[in-house]
Design a binder for this molecule. Structure first.
Ligand SMILES: NC(=O)c1ccc[n+]([C@@H]2O[C@H](COP(=O)([O-])OP(=O)(O)OC[C@H]3O[C@@H](n4cnc5c(N)ncnc54)[C@H](O)[C@@H]3O)[C@@H](O)[C@H]2O)c1
Ligand SMILES: Nc1ncnc2c1ncn2[C@@H]1O[C@H](COP(=O)(O)OP(=O)(O)OP(=O)(O)O)[C@@H](O)[C@H]1O
Length: 462
């Protein structure tokens, strides 16, 4: 219990750190606004400001440092740290090639036609091009490049001829028509070089240590596969995630709105911008062993985009789990297990277990039992600022198993606990239209939600 209390404190410290960062960003924003007001009388009166012409849509437009001198200050946030250039590395080894400067971008929040509504400035920090959130945005978010993206990371589903063919064609197009550098996983680079030495320019990494710095080298991630490829791509980023463009080459396509047949048009639009994004929040999960003496014995936290599942594995006994929300006891789960899901995962395992479908922008955590041995156990939807703790009691007959986005199963013995809270690094996925339209399309086309033959007009009348 002592180590779990420490774990909860650590989660709270993590949240506090994210909120402190957001508060610092908000302080900068207030300072910039004050500075913009001072500039207003000097320059904008004569020159005007490009963003003001967009003010009819009450867009919040974020300016770069260079624009702040003439920014009108009506609704501009001018805090934007210039990204550090990376030193070009003469080493020809593709694993060591450093990419040029990372593209900078700005985020704006649309008020979607609500011209009169007072616009609440969401606090989303995107220093150095890394998106970190302390609060969920309640408006559609637009991403606008301030400098053209230079490096794209392509994640391709393995063992698929169609995916490989598209990957080859897309890399050629990006290099020859868009002059964009491409980075792929080591497996993919080997496959490309077997095909032709032309692909020697494609970059990759040598060891997993480099994966930790992927977000500093990549401007955009493209996934070629199904929903699982999006999950896989997200799992490669243990911190900030660059914008992801998911192309659909799977069966359902909940997370993959872009059609591969039109990849040129889609990528032209994305590379030019601005484009809508959905900040898909992730859960950060810690396994705390009963044997842990102090917090240094924590295992590597795991980030999930869909859900973490705690189930009975191959045991024939019911799982028996004690659940806490912050420090309040929630319930004991006796059944096949429990799913703690994000809103992005609400249409996946949680839905199959009877949970609700929730729009990905809703700030929530889903608490869904798997085949509970109790008639009254119904799924819950909790706020996203809570920390959930699931513990295997000492009087449990069997063990439990935790799996993260359906992968990496970890055994939980008596006294072990799993602690989950919202991670400050969402997966920013590009929208085909916008967050809501894409979500509704996915449940209509992926699930055929409420698809019913229409009742004929003829028949009795009131
Ligand atoms: N009984 C179930 O429904 C069940 C069981 C196990 C895992 N899953 C889901 O599979 C996910 C892993 O996906 P995978 O592709 O790596 O494994 P997988 O290849 O076994 O695919 C499982 C199915 O889940 C779908 N899926 C994945 N994420 C989804 C989402 N956010 N919304 C709607 N459908 C989604 C995929 O399209 C695929 O059809 C897990 O995160 C879990 O949500 C579902
Ligand atoms: N680049 C990758 N490297 C390793 N594994 C991957 C990679 N991309 C995807 N996978 C794994 O392959 C499995 C299948 O991927 P994906 O779900 O995208 O294809 P699918 O199952 O054919 O499509 P759908 O999920 O829509 O049915 C997933 O479990 C995923 O974790």
């Amino acid at each position: 219990m002592r180590t779990v209390a420490k774990a909860l404190r650590r989660v709270a410290e993590g949240k506090a750190a994210a909120q402190a960062e957001a508060a610092e960003w908000k302080r900068k924003y207030e300072l910039e606004r004050a500075r913009n007001q001072r500039y207003k009388s000097e320059e904008v009166a004569s020159e005007g400001c490009s963003c003001c012409s967009a003010s009819s849509s009450r867009q919040l437009v974020v300016h770069t440092e260079t624009e702040q001198a003439k920014c009108c200050g009506n609704h501009g946030i001018c805090s934007h740290e210039v990204l550090a250039d990376e030193v070009a590395n003469p080493n020809s080894d593709p694993a060591c090639k450093m990419v040029a400067r990372k593209a900078s971008f700005k985020l704006s929040w649309g008020c979607n036609g609500n011209k009169s509504g007072q616009h609440k400035h969401e606090v989303v920090s995107f220093e150095k091009g890394d998106i970190t959130t302390a609060e969920r945005s309640s408006k559609q978010i637009l991403l606008k490049w301030e400098s053209p993206p230079k490096t794209v990371f392509i994640v391709a589903k393995p063992n698929s001829t169609s995916v490989h063919a598209l990957c080859v064609e897309m890399i050629r197009w990006l290099k020859e028509h868009k002059k964009i550098d491409v980075l792929v996983e080591p497996r993919v680079r080997e496959e490309l070089l077997k095909e032709s030495f032309y692909f020697d320019f494609v970059q990759t990494w040598q060891d997993d240590e480099e994966i930790k710095h992927l977000h500093t080298k990549v401007d955009l991630v493209i996934t070629l596969g199904g929903d699982g490829t999006v999950l896989w791509a997200a799992s490669l980023f243990k911190g900030p995630v660059p914008p992801v463009v998911p192309f659909s080459l799977g069966s359902l396509g909940f997370l993959t709105p872009f059609q591969s047949e039109h990849y040129r048009e889609s990528l032209e639009a994305i590379l030019k911008g601005p484009f809508s994004i959905t900040l898909r929040h992730r859960l950060q999960c810690h396994v705390v062993r009963d044997s842990a003496k102090d917090e240094l014995e924590f295992e590597e936290p795991i980030l999930v985009l869909n859900e973490v599942t705690i189930d009975r594995g191959i045991s024939s006994y019911l799982t028996y789990l004690e659940c806490y929300c912050d420090s309040s006891f929630v319930t004991c789960v006796q059944g096949d297990g429990l799913i703690i899901s994000t809103t992005s995962g609400s249409t996946a395992y949680s839905l199959a277990a009877g949970g609700s479908m929730v729009h990905p922008q809703v700030p929530a955590i889903l608490f869904t039992p798997i085949c509970p041995h109790s008639l009254s156990f119904r799924p819950l939807i909790l706020p996203e600022y809570v920390a959930l703790r699931v513990q295997v009691p000492f009087n449990s007959r069997g063990q439990a198993w935790a799996s993260f986005d359906g992968k990496d199963r970890k055994q939980l013995s008596a006294g072990d606990a799993l602690i989950c809270s919202m991670a400050p690094w969402p997966v920013p996925t590009a929208c085909l239209v916008d967050s809501t339209t894409d979500f509704l399309r996915s449940i209509h086309e992926g699930l055929h939600w409420n698809l019913r033959k229409t009742q004929s007009f003829d028949g009795p009348r009131d």
